[in-house]
Design a protein around this ligand. Structure first.
Ligand code: URA
Length: 389
């Protein structure tokens, strides 16, 4: 169990200066993709005045860029320049520009994951030296370059349609991150008489410009974590839970909670609730390793009607409470997953990890405990050092 509640792992990570190879391959270096052999300007450096602290990340240089050794100087670049000017930004003086892939791919082919992984180090070196306050990710390749090595969610895709529209306060880089449709896509649509992506691009750029002038919302919160395998820690947690109940006897209040479990289905033999995290205060959360001795106190919290309960996908917490703890929770108030779907019904965006990143800018809050949660495929065979309930 060592490491389950290792508090240093709960702090935001400062990323290393060289971040290479995000797709499970061994370390990939800059030359691995071979594109440098066929272009006029290999490994094009970032250019642009950057006066307003904005970094534009494009896809890859085209023919014009390859010749003139600077990004976004061809037709697509001029199109983007006009859109930025409409939003009050001078592309070449206010912004720095770089691409996900910095050697021109033959025939302007869309970059492959290998090419993006090989080139990622240039983007992160630029971010480290320039320290942008706003990062505009133009198109799916830019999103993949910026996030591909940092996201471990199995189902993740970097399709721009699910990423555009968010203004992400990225806590690792202390910068607003705004993914937008790639200007060549928007320009092509416009030429075909379809202006829907134009409206989105304009709207997203306006939002980005507004944010660039606003203070960055650093995320300040405290998580208290408790390993309850020792009796005195269990007593302490029981005391905290009883405090919640005493408070609920006096007043209504909201409590968000989340279970980490050994699998998806509580009915399967041997499955357990591993830990419980709850939050009854905006800036502070408590997480504890669940222990059968705490069942009564936690069940009383679940049953108390004055404790208004919030979860992400409440059916999950509800089912595990009923099956494992034999307790039907009362006072359900809100399901953040359902609310996310009501607010925006694009596919693939309602998961807690996606929402936590796009809304709070926190990219990884749980990978350090994953080895403790899923041994085999939904096997339920983990040993947590105390008897199953
Ligand atoms: N020019 C660039 O430099 N990058 C793009 O993504 C498109 C045009």
């Amino acid at each position: 169990m060592k490491g389950f509640f290792n508090s240093t792992l709960l702090q935001p990570k400062i990323p290393p200066s060289h971040v290479l190879g995000g797709s499970g391959r061994a370390r990939i270096g800059c030359n691995a993709c071979g594109l440098y052999k066929s272009c006029l300007t290999p490994k094009m450096k970032a250019t642009g005045g950057g006066k307003e602290g904005i970094l534009i990340v494009g896809e890859a240089p085209g023919a014009e860029e390859d010749k003139r050794q600077t990004q976004f100087c061809g037709e697509t670049g001029r199109f983007l320049e006009r859109k930025l000017a409409d939003a009050g930004i001078k592309m070449n003086t206010d912004c720095r520009k770089i691409n996900a892939v910095n050697c021109r791919p033959p025939r302007n082919a869309t970059p492959t994951p290998l090419q993006i992984d090989s080139c990622r180090t240039f983007l992160f070196e630029e971010i480290q030296s320039f320290k942008p306050k706003l990062i505009l990710l133009a198109g799916g390749s830019a999103v993949q370059s910026f996030l591909g090595h940092r996201i471990k969610w199995k189902e993740e895709t970097f399709s721009i349609s699910k990423w555009r529209g968010w203004a992400i306060p990225d806590q690792d880089y202390q910068a607003w991150v705004v993914p937008v449709f790639h200007p060549s896509y928007v320009k092509r649509n416009e030429e075909g008489g379809d202006y829907s992506s134009t409206l989105y691009l304009e709207q997203d750029l306006e939002m980005a410009v507004r944010l660039a002038g606003a203070p960055f919302p650093a995320l300040n919160y405290e998580i208290e974590t408790f390993d309850t395998r020792q009796g005195h820690t269990r007593d302490y947690i029981r005391g905290k839970l009883l405090q919640l109940i005493r408070r609920a006897d006096r007043e209504l209040f909201e409590l968000a909670f989340d279970y980490e479990t050994t699998g998806l289905k509580p009915q399967r033999k041997g499955h357990q609730i591993v830990s419980i995290a709850y939050c009854d205060d905006r800036d502070k959360a408590t997480a504890f390793l669940f222990h059968p001795d705490l069942m009564d106190a936690w069940s009383a919290v679940l049953r108390h009607r004055n404790i208004l309960k919030i979860a992400s996908n409440l059916k999950f917490e509800d089912a595990w409470s009923r099956v494992i703890l034999n307790t039907a929770p009362r006072g359900w108030l809100w399901d953040t997953m359902l609310a996310a779907h009501v607010l925006d019904n694009r596919p693939g965006i309602t998961g807690l990890k996606f929402q936590t990143y796009v809304r709070l800018g926190k990219i990884d809050y749980s990978s350090h405990i994953e080895p403790f949660l899923s041994g085999g495929r939904d096997s339920g065979e983990k040993d947590f050092g105390f008897p199953p309930i």
